[in-house]
Design a protein around this ligand. Sequence first.
Ligand code: DGL
Length: 274
Amino acid sequence: MGDLRPVGLFDSGVGGLTVAREVFRLLPHESMIYFGDTAHVPYGPRRTEELIRFAREIIAFLLSSRVKYIIFACGTNSSLTLPVVRALYDVPMIGLVEPGAQEAVKSTRNGRIGIIATEATVKSGAYERAIKSLALETAVFAVPAPRLVPLVEAGLSTSEEARRAVFEYARPLKKAGIDTLILGCTHYPFLASHFTDCLGPEVTLVDPAKATVLRAREEMNRLGILNNPGGRVAHSYYVSGDPARFQKTADLLGCCIENVQRLQLEEALPAGSG
Ligand code: DGL
């Protein structure tokens, strides 16, 4: 028998579903517990201390659900909280930054890489550091895009408003002559067609999710914690806000999920945990 314990994923909302879909594809024998902190979305404008508090509460919940591995399915948490909290837990964890940076460095031909992400992620400089540690000479252009997450969460990813916002944010990157763009927030792959329309097909869009889940698979294999093919697989979804709203947005985005449950972390966790 393999390791039946689930893999834990978390994000501020529906963005992490772009990582979950890679889990379904690349780790089809694994069960998953997903937490969307929709009561606190968007994370992008928040302070690091607050994000760390949320992340610790979510991790405590995931650990109480016996997860064997945690994927930070959020660019903001991958950039700001993972480097702080990793040392506090025994459970193995991975974020999107290093795998995404590696993909981008592999992809660029002209050494000009763009990053589009939340304000917090851009301010952290995490992607830029990761890219420079791999290829010092790379020119990096980072643009914060605060309007995009609320539009995706509102189910408006295909709207004219979302398209206009993407064009506004991506235009300076086009001018800068990038040939590779990291979608540094997990909500943005839902807007990929707008980015391609603005930047043209010659600019490669890097969604760090695939490289991250591949790396997670390697690590889980090395640790001997993969589930066996044929083992029981079940996925559960929890949100801190309105489950019906989350379900509706996920449906609009073409994500097949069900049984979304509401969970308020302060109520669910024993005092002092996290
Ligand atoms: N999807 C998350 C990220 O990758 C969170 C964005 C937000 O809530 O602002 O950064």
